[in-house]
Structure formats: structure tokens, C-alpha cells
Design a binder for this molecule. Sequence first.
Ligand code: FEO
Ligand code: CA
Ligand code: CA
Ligand code: CA
Length: 501
Amino acid sequence: QGPGKGKPMSAPFKPIQRTWENDLVLPNGYKYNIIASYGDEINSKGEKFGDSADLTLYFPIDSLKGGNNSEEGLIWVNHEFPEPANYMKMLGINEATFKKENLANYPELLKMEKESVGGSVIHVKKEKDGWKLVKNDKYNRRVDGTTPIELTGPALGSKAVNGATKVFGSLGNCSGGRTLWNTALSCEENTTYGSSYGWPNFDDTHYGWVVEVDPFDPTKPVRKHTALGRFAHENAAVGLTKDNRVVVYMGDDQKDECFYKFISKKIYNPSSREANFDILESGTLYVANMEKQKWLPIDYATNPNLQAKFKDQADVLTNARAAARIVGGTLLDRPEDVEISPRDGSVFLALTNNSKHGNFHGQIVRYFPADGDHGSESFTFEVFVAGGQQSGITCPDNLHFDKKGNLWVVEDYEATEDNVYAAYKNCGVFLIPTDGKSYGEPFQFASGPKGCEVTGPWLTADERTLFLDVQHPATWNAYPGYDFGRSCLVAVQGGSFGKYF
Ligand code: FEO
Ligand code: CA
Ligand code: CA
Ligand code: CA
């Protein structure tokens, strides 16, 4: 069987085939509607939905009362990176003669770039003809490349971050996660984006952190938690240890980087939301050693090798990659998204690919914490799905579980007619059972428009809506009056998503 061939299994949807079609293609009986696209106004201040949508975190509108409203809620969306070439077209700047070193001379372009990144909070509602953005709602707001953000934790005000206690803006916001106390964690992936785009006065020690946002309270400061380390943060999968401390599993998405977890010092308080607001400010950062099957603490106080190389824990956390190597972290094939299975607490990590090692198709690895305890320092692991011809998927990126523990997987690669990804065509969305007779068999649910990756899968609690983001489509959903596509947030409906397998 070739890539993407529908498996002979009675899935409740008929798996689609790989396609080059320039649309979000879905199985028969399913349809999508676009909720918000880059440039759409979201509030009366004139703030606009940002670019390069990634990560969708849905918060039922009644979630602070413990509710699970599946037809109205707030959504946090990341806006990962700017698209300067598109903005130059809109501003009439000649891209051929533009030099990023001169960006300060193009204040309108710099403004568009900074306003395109970060994230959005939007109020959304299910209507008869699809999910809609509630316009001018009090919750609708932006965090962008200029927003004042507080640092917390060991590196706050330290030399390692050049004394910063407050920084401006968030960028490289890739994936993230929802906390148990209903805040959004947004992960800053590419710490060097600012300098690569030529942003003036850019200090990259102020980026590469996990950012916490309260979607329900626009007055609460946005914070970057230095206790979780600084690297190319892909995501943050939140759970609890057996003794009720908070665990956060995190990937560092670059070739030959590590898999991390943070364990809070404080115990989670399920009865007071506010009591948990500082829980990510102190704790221990660990890195995975696969050979020993151990989580190794990255702790200056107890590790002489770290003491020999770094000034203090702030220095260690700000340079977490170098510290992880010293401690003995295993270098992996681009650790992207991580999710904890609702079925058995095993931890799934997408290793998207590593062209340095000839691993073009990646794999999904499943970790079993010792005694089923996320607090344990030991684990075992196995490869759950290997990308390539046999499974039919390639380059797994974002992951999401439905309630039954089926894994939803999106892909990220750039296929051309003659490269290693040619047979896979456009990036897809797959459902993979993690138990039963179809264990590990991908069923294709969607195929994205040309040039895009589909990101941010998220199911409502009733499992009747699947949110997805379409990031960097080539021409699909074109910006009015232009030939380039617009990133957007979509809602997919048609059947129940959770009834499978
Ligand atoms: Fe931004 Fe790791 O993808
Ligand atoms: Ca991406
Ligand atoms: Ca990603
Ligand atoms: Ca990716």
C-alpha cells in the first residue's frame, strides 16, 4: 500500500486519498467554515487577527464554572511568524531592493510584522451556518510583538537576560497547551526570528520561553516563565504527578535537540484557580536520557558540571540547550508536539524528521512513565508509528487526543513533484487509534491547501467540532486584491469525531 491509501477498516468516515487539490479537503459529509483570517478586525480598537495561525486552545465559555459548553467559548490562537514578502506587496515596497538591515527605515513594514505575531483571544459561537467570531466582544484582544510581558522565575532580572524584568512582545509562537486552571500556554519556538527579520534592538534572551495568558482576564499581565527553560519551545502538555504537582512536557523543535519536562514545586489546587497562577514560577526542569530511560534534573545547585560551566540557575535556564547536553540529554530528531493519552497517561512525542541523519519521515514515540507517575524519574518507550511508506504518514507535527484516546496527527513538510515528499502531496490530518485492532494505523481525515501545513487540531468536549488552523497557504483564501493566501482558523463539522474505534 502506498502513502495515504485508505486502510480497509470501517472508520466512521471514509478516509480520503492524498491529493494536490488546493483546498481543505474533507471526507464526504464533512464541511469547514473559516472563522477568522489574517487581517480580519477582531475588536473596536481595530486590532486584527494575526498571521501564520498555529495552536488552537478552546476554552468553553463556562469553563471557569467547570462547564463544558461546546457551542460557545474563547479561543487562543498562536500567530507564529510574519510574512514580510506579503506585507511588502501590500505596502508597495520593492522586495528586490529591500534590505532587512534597513528595516528601521520602513516603519510601516516593521509595524505590520510586529502586529502579525504573538496570539489572539477571540470569542466564538456556533451558529446555524458555522462557527462565527463574536465581533467587538470584550474578550477579543491581541498579544503581539509589542505587548509588555513580565518575566517570572529564576531568570527574572538576572544577568543572563541582561537584567530584564519586563520584555516587549512574543514571537515564534508555535504550539502550546491548555493548563488545568484554564489559561493558555503559548510556546516561543524560534528565538532568533527577530534578528532574522532584522528587528532593531532585538535581544534574543527575551524570547524562547513559555508564555502564559489568561484568556478570561485581559487585565492580568502576560508572563514568560523562565523556570521552564529557554529553547525552541514547540509545545506544553500539562498533567499531574501522583502527588499532584504540575508536570509540563515540552519539545525543542530543532534537529538534534532534546525532550524536556518541568515539575512544579507547588501542589496543584483544584478548588482555587488563582492559587495556581504562580505554579509555573518554580520547580525542576528535566531532560530525557533515552539510553538510561531517565529524566535528568538540570539543576545548578546539585550538579558540579553545571557549576563549572554556568554562573547560576538563571544562566542554566537561559542557555538550557547547552545545560541539557552537559547533564546528558539525548539529542533527538526535532521534538515537536507532545500529548498525554487520556487512556493510560502514556506520553506521545512527535519527532518530525531529521534530514541530518537521513530521517525524512520522522516518527511518533510513546513514553510510559514508571508506575504511571509523571513525577517518576524513570520511563520506558517504544516507537508508536514510523513515518514513511508503511504507515503512510510523514513528518508528524501537532498532536491531539480525543476522549477515547485516538490520536489526531497533522503533518509538516514541503512536497514538490520531485522531492522525497512527492508521493505524499499536500500536508494532511490523520486519526490514529492507540488501542485495538487498528493500533497505529493512520486514517486520513483531511488534506490542506497547497503550500500550507495544517496546525492546531482541537476538539470541543462534545466532539462535534474539530478546529484546525491553515498556516501559510500559497494562494488559497487569498488576501482580497492580492495573489497570496491567508492563514486562518477553521471549524470542521459533519459528524461526531469521538465515536471511533
Ligand atoms: Fe513551528 Fe515546530 O513548528
Ligand atoms: Ca509551523
Ligand atoms: Ca509545529
Ligand atoms: Ca513543524
